[in-house]
Design a protein around this ligand. Structure first.
Ligand code: CO
Length: 674
């Protein structure tokens, strides 16, 4: 370890010569990616980054994270923006500061392992479009999932930052798996793979300050490349962890501009600049410039996003991590998921079941996509298991995990669960031990064929290869083959202001006048709530946008509907029929089928209803097809998991009500089986 790694306080007169810091802490600014992803559901638009882009370039950041993670998904899905175009546009304004992206290893910017040909093409295009630093992670810390992408990063002569996901099973670092040795071994493994820097990725803000100190000290001794700490504020420890890491000699820290900082995001840069002023680790940043940037963000940009901020709680920290060793975002996903199923009363059972599911599944780190996999399976267990049978409803992704499709888990998977999960699994009942992508067939040629005549270049083809349903829809918008819906259009600062006033009025129960402004078109996710203010009763339409609620319209309810308060939501859905042994590999909770009694369409039969809100990936059956009970009828993407919805009864498909790409709400009738 170099002597200059030690923090020296007041070693110079900073008012005269600030730039002389021996070893300035390098800063990766996360505002445009992780910051907006953490606080504003990744809804940040390129046009809202441009006003501060040139000023940000002057700060002196080591890098700016501008891409990757969930940005690729949300841009083409919700914002009608070409993800590739963002890199090229921002490059016009940010010419000095290198661009970094978060790459999910072989998952790229999606939620499953893609084939090697897609992975190679994707990294090659990301580099060509302007990404300089690839911060790569794998949810299982199985670095075989890095091999393909790293070979291309190196070939393109770009910076490969190898990340280790920080996870734990105890309240502090330690225990049998996630101890100091685990992390130093992982870091050495990455250095041997050619990592240009090593990142500790503390996605859930679980790293405690003294553990940060011990960890960074150990890493600095174990490897010779720079060490980066990426920590989220969620539990409230990250600012302290940053400082302890700096004392231990960390090279790079990830921060945000203050309007994008704290809560589930990262500590802000401004306090750190002042904290380090006059030390040998001084960043050298101009605090006045940072303040000017913040003013613009506060005044001209953030009003458009304020409604997305989850500010239902006054507290900006969450103790969930400290209590449950579970990421805050994962807890809020679980709460949403339970709410959708009217089973929020089961949350304590979820907290108790979650560590059991995680242990059964090899103590995986909890990060996208493993956090969703563990979370969804936990919900299924709590809702559907009984004393006679555990794991009644195993999701397709858990089966994939048991098969080895995500890689090697840190601890072995419970053999009984593995056996049960792989019974009748389409790829085979024996799990694989090789690098997962080795069993994946090339995908790019087929993708090209699928979007022939629509996609213009490889960038377009990759959007489709990564996200077939929403990607194809985006390409149709992009080339004018289909009109994009209102809800994907940007809003102006004036519209944001008017909307905010409306929300405040509705919240205060003062919204009694008729709305003069033309209401925006109602989206597919509109949900109706009854709101009672003393004797008055309003019907409020609320549209969910990425977990945050946006009041879409409020109107006085019709007279005949007022009266007694609506009955409480029904309890958890009834237990579904046990899946047939020959049932498809992916299962989803399905409600008791309801016979169709008085159909307006004159079609009689059993309704197949949506068990949860989501997007139709595909119908596996067409009108007129015969189905047997348990056979897959629809593939529904919900909670970022693909769920096969089985036929509740045997019969013939009478009608099909949706098509691929449609959004559906709970209890929408997918088809009628007669
Ligand atoms: Co992060």
């Amino acid at each position: 370890m170099n002597n200059h790694d030690q923090l020296k306080i007041t070693t110079m007169d900073y008012s005269k010569d600030r730039r002389s810091a021996e070893n300035p802490v390098k800063i990766m600014d996360l505002t445009f990616r992780d910051g907006q992803q953490s606080l504003f559901a990744t809804r940040g638009r390129t046009e809202d980054m441009i006003p501060v882009a040139e000023m940000m370039d002057e700060v002196g950041f080591w890098a700016m994270e501008t891409w990757g993670g969930a940005t690729f998904d949300t841009m083409h899905r919700f914002l009608n923006e070409d993800p590739w175009e963002r890199i090229r546009t921002l490059k016009k304004y940010i010419k000095k500061t290198p661009f970094s992206m978060l790459l999910r290893g072989q998952n790229l910017v999606g939620y499953r392992n893609y084939a090697d040909d897609v992975a190679r093409a994707f990294v090659d295009r990301a580099a060509a479009n302007g990404i300089d630093i690839f911060r790569v992670f794998d949810a299982l810390n199985d670095f075989r999932n890095f091999e393909t992408v790293v070979s291309v990063i190196k070939k393109c002569k770009k910076h490969f930052q190898g990340s280790v996901c920080y996870s734990m099973t105890e309240q502090r670092m330690g225990g049998d798996i996630y101890n100091l040795e685990y992390y130093t071994d992982k870091a050495k493994e990455l250095e041997n793979m050619g990592a240009d820097s090593i990142c500790i990725k503390d996605m859930a803000g679980m790293l405690a300050p003294y553990d940060a100190y011990a960890l960074v000290k150990a890493l600095k001794e174990a490897v010779s490349v720079p060490v980066h700490l990426h920590s989220h504020f969620t539990s409230g420890m990250a600012s302290m962890s940053h400082l302890k890491a700096i004392e231990a000699g960390v090279d790079i820290i990830g921060t945000c501009m203050s309007p994008y900082a704290y809560r589930t995001s990262h500590p802000a840069i401004e306090p750190l600049v002042i904290t380090l002023l006059g030390t040998n680790r001084d960043t050298g940043f101009d605090i006045k410039l940072l303040t000017e940037i913040n003013e613009i963000l506060e005044k001209d940009i953030l009003p458009k996003y304020k409604h997305l901020l989850n500010d239902r709680r006054i507290s900006i920290t969450s103790a969930n991590v400290l209590l449950h060793q579970t990421p805050g975002g994962m807890i809020s996903n679980l709460v949403n998921q339970l709410q959708e199923m009217d089973a929020l009363d089961k949350i304590d059972q979820i907290y108790a079941e979650l560590p059991r599911v995680r242990k059964d599944l090899g103590q995986v780190p909890l990060v996208t996509p493993t956090s969703q996999i563990i979370g969804t399976q936990t919900v299924n267990n709590v809702l559907f298991d009984d004393e006679n049978e555990r794991y009644k409803m195993i999701t397709g992704q858990v089966k994939d995990l048991c098969y080895g499709l995500y890689g090697k888990t840190p601890a072995p998977i419970n053999p009984d669960l593995r056996k049960k999960a792989l019974k009748g699994y389409s790829r085979g009942e024996e799990p694989i031990t090789c690098r997962p992508a080795e069993v994946l067939e090339p995908e790019l040629d087929k993708a090209r064929e699928d979007v022939k005549g629509l996609a213009v270049d490889l960038d377009d083809e990759l959007i489709y290869a990564l996200y077939p349903v929403t990607g194809k829809r985006f390409l149709k918008w992009k080339y004018g083959k289909e009109q994009p819906p209102e809800k994907v259009k940007p809003k102006t600062i004036e519209e944001a202001g008017a909307e905010q006033k409306l929300i405040e009025k509705a919240r205060a129960g003062k919204l009694v006048e008729k709305i003069e402004k033309k209401a925006p078109s109602k989206g597919d996710n509109l949900r109706i709530f009854n709101v009672f203010v003393d004797d008055e009763y309003f019907e409020v339409g609320v549209e969910e946008q990425g977990g945050a609620s946006l009041v879409n319209y409020v109107r006085q309810a019709p007279a005949q509907m007022s009266g007694p308060a609506p009955t409480l939501p029904p309890a958890a859905p009834a237990l579904p029929p046990a899946p047939e042994p020959a049932a498809p590999s992916v299962s989803a909770p399905v409600k008791e089928p309801a016979p169709l009694e008085d159909s307006e369409a004159g079609v009689e039969g059993t309704l197949l209803e949506t068990p949860m809100p989501g997007t139709i990936v595909s119908y596996e059956k067409q009108t007129g097809d015969a189905v047997t009970k348990g056979e897959t009828v629809v593939i529904l993407e919900a909670m970022k998991m693909e769920n096969a919805i089985p036929a509740p009864v045997s019969g013939t498909i009478k009608t099909i009500n949706y098509k691929s790409g449609d959004s559906v709400s709970t209890k929408d009738v997918l088809c009628v089986i007669g």
